[in-house]
Design a protein around this ligand. Structure first.
Ligand code: NAI
Ligand code: MG
Length: 496
């Protein structure tokens, strides 16, 4: 069966209302309850989502468990082919998925949402090609014994995802888990349940029923019973440190492995000799201003050498001022809205904290949209705070919003120490033309992902994940698939 792309996101949102996808079919929540999904640009309710509870979790895990048995018997390369086929089919839906994710998250279509939908499809194609890489080893253990290892799937995998980049984060988990021979139950974020549900519907036109299930709901009612379910043998979670700890504890009770990707406060260090234009572009990309700063890898702690500080900040501000805030679905829009009231409140409280921070200067960028249709939208003007100390709370806590915290520096040893003085360790970057400084910094910065003279986002093939409280484990690579979604079994044949 082939689905026709539905390019009207409002219509699509309505048709996806009040449903989970379990066992290859759309079903209502067992409780009959739903919750509202709104358009963050207007506050209008555009759809509802099924309010998942333990009973729905039981159904989804049972379907996954049944489907996984046959799937694991399939040749790995054949599984990969089907996952790559999901990617190919999803690539026909990029425009549709981009529009829908823009509608439910408030991320601008041109700069963010359409791009994310493309990366989703690409992630499935990437992992789909790795089926035949699920290899074991031959161990020269004893000449009279043939000793080998094989990779086996773990079984049913729970994927719990947030709302900021729901498609990409879901794809990194689900594509790898499926190719490795597992079945998947995804619990979508309450702020963004629709587009991933459509992705599930599309994938179910390719995959056997029951293998890929999608539940919507809230953490305590739906996420927690999923983690606790005895037949869930692995949890891959992306979200806050606070929830990550809860998930880790629940998994510890069952002694099952977890992967946690938990955000950060990533440093970007600009040296005096950096290419100014490149560094300015790097701040814009790193801060994810087009995503309202709602990124775990956002380089939200900006260390600028004192000799270029004022020039760089002025140039960054001018660039952000030139960005258009507006309706996420409008092609002219660069910057959309904050996802939810909760996040809006959080961002505003941090802006207030910045205003109250001793020595801080606030630079407000861009302009609020003037369209009266958007008067109830969750728009926040991007803010740059200069004059901060790394020990200020605004430099230590993850805001997850368009707030850039700037610290002026003069001594290299000191700036490296400050960059590492953080509970987080997800990403970091250094901007310099001096190869020795660059190499030294990449070794000393405590982060899972360090870049020189650029701030790229996660890339398929490259292991992605943090150290310190930014998380445990890696995603998006061959190694991540092998290490996080399979068990290695050792087998000895006695040949005597
Ligand atoms: P959250 O960590 O509460 O939610 C992430 C996911 O976990 C959602 O699907 C949620 O329903 C689920 N969840 C919540 N409680 C759970 C439980 N007890 N058991 C199982 N699943 C549960 O994040 P939230 O509330 O959306 O955002 C709060 C802050 O977290 C943000 O301001 C940001 O700082 C950080 N965050 C980091 C992200 C990242 O990419 N690392 C993504 C989203 C948020
Ligand atoms: Mg939460």
């Amino acid at each position: 069966m082939t689905l026709t792309p539905e390019l009207d996101p409002f219509k699509l949102a309505k048709t996806l209302s009040a449903k989970h996808l379990i066992g290859g079919k759309f079903v209502a929540a067992r409780s009959g309850k739903t919750f509202d999904v709104d358009n963050p640009a207007t506050g209008e309710v555009v759809a509802t989502a099924a309010f998942g509870t333990r009973e729905d979790v039981m159904d989804a895990v049972a379907s996954a468990k049944a489907a996984q048995k046959e799937w694991a018997k399939m040749a790995a390369r054949q599984r990969g082919k089907l996952v790559a086929e999901c990617g190919r089919v999803l690539s026909n839906h990029v425009e549709e998925l981009g529009r829908l994710v823009a509608l439910e998250t408030g991320k601008a279509l041109r700069t963010e949402s359409r791009v994310e939908a493309g990366v989703l499809a690409d992630m499935f194609v990437f992992f789909g090609g790795l089926g035949s890489e699920l290899k074991g080893e031959t161990i020269p253990f004893n000449p009279d014994m043939l000793t080998v290892t094989v990779r086996e799937p773990v079984g049913v995998v729970a994927c719990i995802i947030p709302w900021n980049v729901p498609l990409l984060l879901m794809a990194m988990k689900a594509a790898a888990a499926l190719v490795a021979g597992n079945a998947v139950v995804v619990k979508s974020a309450e702020e963004a349940p629709l587009t991933v549900l459509r992705v599930a519907e599309i994938m179910n036109t390719v995959l056997p029923p029951g293998l890929f299930n999608m539940l919507s709901g809230f953490g305590p009612e739906c996420g927690a019973p999923l983690v606790e379910h005895p037949d869930v043998k692995k949890v891959s979670f992306t979200g806050s440190v606070e929830t990550g700890r809860i998930v880790y504890k629940a998994a510890a009770e069952k002694l099952i492995p977890v992967t946690l990707e938990l955000g950060g406060k990533s440093p970007m260090i600009v040296c005096a000799d950096a290419d100014m234009d490149q560094a300015v572009a790097g701040v814009l990309a790193g801060m994810r201003f087009t995503r309202q700063g709602q990124s775990c890898t956002a380089s939200s702690r900006l260390f600028v050498h004192e000799s270029i500080h004022d020039e760089l900040i002025a140039k960054v501000k001018a660039k952000v001022d030139a960005m258009v805030m507006g309706d996420p679905l409008d092609e002219k829009t660069d910057i959309g809205t904050i996802v939810s009231d909760g996040q809006l409140e959080r961002v505003r409280s941090y802006i207030k904290l910045g205003e109250e921070t001793k020595g801080a200067t606030k630079h407000v960028c861009s302009a609020m949209p003037t369209d009266p249709r958007l008067s109830k939208g969750r728009f926040v003007q991007p803010v740059i705070f200069t004059g901060l100390k790394n020990s200020d709370r605004i430099c230590q806590e993850e805001i997850f919003g368009p707030v850039c915290a700037v610290i002026k520096w003069s001594d290299y040893e000191d700036v490296i120490a400050q960059a590492n003085d953080s509970e987080y360790g997800l990403a970091a970057s250094i901007w310099t033309r001096d190869i020795k400084v660059a190499m030294d910094a990449t070794r000393r910065l405590e982060a899972g992902f360090v870049q020189v003279n650029q701030n790229l986002v996660v890339q398929p093939t490259l292991s992605y994940g943090g150290v310190k409280t930014s998380g445990i484990g890696k995603e998006a690579s061959l190694e991540s698939m092998l290490e996080h979604f399979t068990h290695k079994k050792s087998i000895i044949f006695n040949m005597k």
